[in-house]
Unconditional design. Sequence first.
Lengths: 292, 435
Amino acid sequence: MKNVMSNKFVIALYTLPALLLILLLIYVPITLSGYYGLMDWDGIGEMKFIGLENYVTLIQDKMFWTSTWHSFLLAIFSTASLLLYLAISLVLASKIKGSDLLRKIYLIPMLLSSVAIAQLWMKIFDPTNGMANKLLEMFGVENTPIWLADPAIALYAIFIPVIWQYAGFYILIYYAALKNVPDEVIEAAKIDGASPLQIAFKIKLPLISGVFKVTIMLAVVGSLKYFDLIYVMTGGGPNGASEVMASYMYKEAFKLNNFGYGSAIGFGLLVICLVMTWITSKLTKSKDDVQY
Amino acid sequence: MKKKAFSTVMSMALAGSLVLAGCSSSDTSGDSGESSSGDKTVVKMMHLWPEGSSNAQYTIVDDIINAYEKENPDVDIQTEILGNEQYKEKIKVLSASNELPDVGITWAAGYMKPFVEGNMFASLDDIVQEDKFVAGTLDAFSVEESTYALPLELNITPVYYNKEIFEKYNLEAPETYDEFLNVVKTLSDNGVTPITLGNKDRWTGSMWYMYLADRIGGPEVLNKAINRTGSFEDPALVQAAEEIEKLVDMGAFVKGFNGLSNDEAKGYFMNEQAAMYLMATWELPNYTTTPDVAQEFKDKVGYFKFPTYEGGKGDIDSYVGGPGVALFVSEQSKVQDEAKDFVSYLVEEWGKRSVVDAGVIPATVVDTSNGELDQMYVDILNDLGKATNLTLYADVQMSAGVADVHLNQIQSLFGGQSTPKEFAKTQEEALAAEE
């Protein structure tokens, strides 16, 4: 058996199925969408080669940059909210009463499908009958906001459920990482007279910094290609006020029958995601991981 | 050595089986593309009325298919049924790979055009019987004088209103625009939402605008702007936009209308939180036959025609509306003759049953004399008979790109982000750019 495993031919053969699948399902479509981006195509009829025209339009397209900006805003907000998640997990991991139950409660939004969450929050945001405005009215607010209909706040209104939706996921990751911090280190610190805050900032956080970096990456990339709640809750409206890159791509390709241009947007999205991943990993890179 | 050979063979078999598994699934789907099973000619049909959510339509189609198969024992109609949105997506995917069903459902004008230009739909000139359809409905499915689909549905858009709310404030269904403004003012002064509108969907607001454009400038002015014999900066079209602005300022529409979908907005009317609702006649079952809606509420609902504008050119019997879905026959179909025969059969039978059984007004002329119909239907059908004009929904008339500009501008106009002048100018530019 050992002989077989060191045979280069067999190694190649074993990796072949996975390699083929990845090529077929990931790299081929990526290349194809880059290629379709060179076409004038409505997704139905004949394709016409137009060179880089779509990409030139893309760079000059105000709406594309607006939606890119919105995606970046989402990335900033969701990265910032990581700190909140981290704080919650620190509390949960410190063996307080009921932390098990709380952890499960935080996890629930993760189990719901995005569309269900969107429907739920659309009800909450309903300008007349919604829970949000009813609450505000109870506190005496007279001109209650119209949430999803107001171009100035529609985008931020959607951020709330997005951040709520992913809380459970990140809290779970942090919680697991914190549980991995060896007890003896913490006990040693306690004997040395460290306060709980000192333990959190000087011991726990440095030890899970690797996990923290990974989650930043996940949050940034996840936000840049975010689509579901935006699509269901506002469809990018009113008049593009909550459009993000992915929803703009979908709209161009499938609603407006600009399949070629939609592909170009998709390719632009890919490039932006790659660049951001690279920048994020550069920024979060430290010389060596902390160890005690 | 033997062992090694065995492992190699095993791993090859493993890899092979993966590849084969991949093939076999695509094989089966390829098989079903064949056009004969046994001795029967198979006609494949796709429609969008699933048994669960559109039971009435599903049953009618199913009955018609059974009857047709009985009359033509050598034909086998196979159906594939999807919900509305999935259907739209799937049709696009299928047409891109040249695998459209023999018979399927399409929407009018702007939606259908790319399919016709891509040579996907067969011309139905040889089977269409023009006198059987309500005048004007076939136009929406014609490209260059040739008909490519036969419509099944027809809708016009009256304003539904809650009689009880109107009575409470001594209001009557308005016939002129001034009366209408008075109704709006009285209601909003009394803290009642006058009109519910789900303008997140945008075409909903477009209907209000279209009616005002029609009543002020006559039915031709908007059509001309769209088909480029006129301009969108026509004074009548700008004036219509100004009227919308006034209505919004008066608080005529429900709070946050730009964030509400049509379904959400409908809820305000059904819950009697709003007094008026402009929507197409596909809503009629909710006010007549649907068992889920309380009879008490149904009795409260009336409708009126969009009021006339003083000094305007449009008359009260001109409607915004249009045919809904229609049947197409695929150009690639190997059984085109059978498919066409089935389509004309289906359209005819559908026309006999759809109002009574499903509450859907067909595009074919309906006989109202047999007394099985709810009064509201009879009234609407009579109105339809007297109609002087039917203006097809603007976003349906336009190509997808311009329609998006129009719809976005509608949302901006209602939301106060575009002035009436900007509203007209932006659309004029978009229309001109496409010429």
